[in-house]
Design a binder for this molecule. Sequence first.
Ligand code: 8YV
Length: 328
Amino acid sequence: MNKPKILVARAIFPETLARLQQHFDVQANQADESWPAARLIEKLQGKVGALTTGGDRIDGAVLAACPALRICANMAVGYNNFDVEAMTARGVLATNAPDVLTETTADFGFALLMAAARRMSEGEHFLRAGKWNTWRYDMFAGVDVHGTTLGILGMGRIGQGIAKRGAHGFGMKVIYHNRSRLDAALESECKARYVSKEELLRGADHLVLVLPYSAASHHAIGAGELALMKPTATLINIARGGIVDDAALAQALREKRIAAAGLDVFEGEPRVHPDLLTVPNVVLTPHIASATMPTRLAMANLAADNLIGFLTQNKPLTPLNPAVLTIK
Ligand code: 8YV
């Protein structure tokens, strides 16, 4: 019997590919070419499944052009590259890769926070440029992390991971804002207090963004929000580009209206707003918060398991639109 045809849209671990090849006729992009939408559509012809990453946009136009498609399995917890409503309307299952990256991503969020607060990138650039020839009482003096107030916008699993690190490891007071309030048991586990968005902006010494991107969260942090923050505050974005107005942030950093920022995600990435590249008080990393080998392997395998589970037994592990499973 012919195996179902699937597409793996970006390079992945050879062992994950080998597992998929046991079940499917796989076309894989191991050359890791970057495909524009038209090319992706071309590659998806005749495919019933696709393993996608955050850069592969699956919207109404793609779905209309690829009628054989039944599932897209994202190798990411975020899925703003999917138009889930359009997928549901066409009976195409969407899956993401939650949980397996929670602790790794929370580690990275905390690392960015510390790097920004303690001016580690600035210090390193100074040293590498051969400028270190003396000691000064205020050389690269930053702001403290321990004992300060940690603010978290978006209190899902990764936000909770960051809260626990701050509260239990660094004696921080944790405040958070979220679409819905956590139950009392989770709040006490995270030692976190629910506040309004305004109170969060005004009260946080370090504000970490961990909310999903949507039309509602577009520019959730813009000039107005930055103006409410303390001049000594840091802002960390490990969520998605577009949640922060990068131009407004660059200006606030340049004018020292906040002390520093740590950014792993950008509007229009992999392009980075040119103004961010010229301000010194920002730590910039190329969307690598989930990037440890064990975690990336777990993410790839979860996406593969979703394809195998759904296409062989109608049992995906982490469906985003499970209504599709009952459509005959
Ligand atoms: C991915 C991420 O590396 O999981 C997410 O939502 O942002 C990252 O872990 C990226 O989206 C590529 O798929």
